[in-house]
Write a protein that binds this ligand. Structure first.
Ligand SMILES: [Ca+2]
Ligand SMILES: [Ca+2]
Length: 445
């Protein structure tokens, strides 16, 4: 079986990566969020100073409280106060963490917290802050007083953000402004959470950009559209799916994605409507060499796909373990042409579940892009002087969606044409070499 698939896909050859438009719209999948990376997120250690530093000299105004925790025994109480003895003295209270967990500029994160805002008080800012290379405040993603209800009950807040360019360190923070004597301010906080959010790496995963099938899903023996084509025949979601119908020859569609990180866990899933007839099928993740030859896979075969006219869901995870000749990977579909066979497919996902594990974030200055801003159709020069070894370049939009990924030669400087189909806007260009990663913002106009 393996030999047959390899034979078929080996006919493809490497046709070069096209910078495709990415028009699909989807929701962040919080069900796939990773573990919470804030130590003592619920203040249960009973030792506030171990993880939560304080900004101002009067640390007694930010303290552990057992009066009213959201869960467990403790919560954090911040009490803005009225310094009547010296009204010009700073009266604010704050706590923050500087996380040791490496992060990736341009990657997507999700944070949340519980807050009991009390009935009085001034402004409060609670969220995630970012610091630059000098340790100076760069930016934050926080809630301010206007969006936090002043009610004496626990409320849940959450937000998703993309790690901003220039960030070198980061962490949760809570800040409460002091007020006049009549409006003393007490805020209770508990159960902070901060998680890396995996993004779908597959271009056109639900086949909704019907006209771009050959730009996103490479075809084999099917470029005339008669064997595998975008169909409106009962899609699983949206208005389109992929149909591979009654072939008299084998049909294959696949994507090549560069940039898998060795040792990371990847999760893939798809929906398939197997139909009632047909012969062998293999659907899953293929591994390809630089020329597009199939050199391995992590797939299911026909025997495990029920032959029914209902949509069925499959998912699997694997640890990416590179072998000789593994240059890229991605979703692939192979349907044997012997016999009458109709298969519908929709809603593929491929998620990097462990991008933060063991990754070393390199300084942004190790990556130089010019010109920046760049016009579509121009050549982008990528200088990676200082990043040794084999490198993968990837580009993401500001929501964290991958636009393309490509292997670079092992030289310090090379060029890449920005396809005229890429929309004008801001993007992150990421360079990965093994587990070393850095990113830089690129403006395309
Ligand atoms: Ca708690
Ligand atoms: Ca669809």
């Amino acid at each position: 079986m393996e030999t047959k698939k390899s034979t078929f896909i080996s006919r493809i050859g490497f046709s070069g990566l096209i910078l495709g438009l990415f028009l699909t719209v989807g929701m962040l999948n919080h069900a796939n969020a990773q573990q919470n990376i804030i130590p003592d997120n619920g203040f249960e250690l009973g030792d506030l100073n171990q993880y939560w530093a304080y900004t101002f000299t009067h640390q007694e105004h930010s303290k552990l409280s057992t009066v009213n925790p959201h869960s467990g025994t403790y919560c954090l109480e911040l009490a803005g106060w009225n310094n009547t003895a010296n009204p010009t003295t700073d009266r604010d209270a704050s706590r923050f963490q500087k996380l040791a967990t490496p992060f990736i500029v341009g990657a997507t994160y999700h944070y949340s917290f519980w807050i009991n805002r009390g009935l009085a008080g001034g402004r409060s800012y609670i969220g995630i802050q970012f610091l630059d290379a000098t340790g100076a405040y760069l930016d934050d993603k926080s809630y301010d007083a206007n969006s936090i209800l002043k009610v004496n009950e626990w409320k849940f807040y959450e937000a998703t953000f993309v790690m901003p360019a220039g960030a070198v360190s980061w962490g949760p923070f809570a800040y409460v402004e002091g007020q006049a004597a009549t409006t003393l301010n007490s805020v209770f906080l508990d159960d902070f959470s901060l998680e890396f959010v995996p993004q779908n790496m597959i271009d056109n995963p639900g086949f909704e950009t019907a006209g771009l099938l050959d730009d996103t899903w490479n075809g084999v023996g099917s470029t005339d559209g008669t064997l595998s084509f975008v169909s409106t025949n009962t899609p699983h979601a949206g208005t389109h799916c992929l149909e591979i119908g009654s072939p008299t020859a084998d049909a294959t569609r696949y994507q090549q994605i560069w940039g898998a990180i060795p040792g990371n866990t990847y999760k893939y899933s798809f929906w398939v409507n197997r139909g009632l007839g047909g012969a062998d099928s293999y659907i899953g993740i293929g591994f390809f060499d630089i020329d597009g030859n199939n050199v391995g896979d992590n797939s299911i075969d026909a025997g495990s796909i029920q032959k029914s006219a209902d949509w069925q869901y499959f998912e699997a995870s694997f640890v990416y373990t590179p072998k000789a000749g593994y240059d890229s990977f991605g979703p692939f579909i192979y349907v044997n042409g012997s016999g009458t066979n109709t298969i519908l497919l929709d809603d593929f996902t491929l998620l990097d579940m462990g991008v933060q594990t063991g990754v070393k974030a390199l300084p942004e200055s190790d990556l130089k892009l010019y010109p920046n801003p760049i016009s579509r159709g121009q050549s982008l020069t990528i200088n990676t002087n200082g990043i040794s070894g084999e490198k993968i370049v990837s580009m993401y939009d500001l929501s964290g969606r991958m636009i393309f990924s490509k292997k670079l030669q092992n030289t310090d400087s090379q060029t890449l044409e920005i396809d005229s189909k890429v929309k004008a806007g801001s993007y992150f260009v990421r360079i990965a070499s093994g587990k070393k990663i850095t990113s830089k913002l690129l403006i395309i106009r």
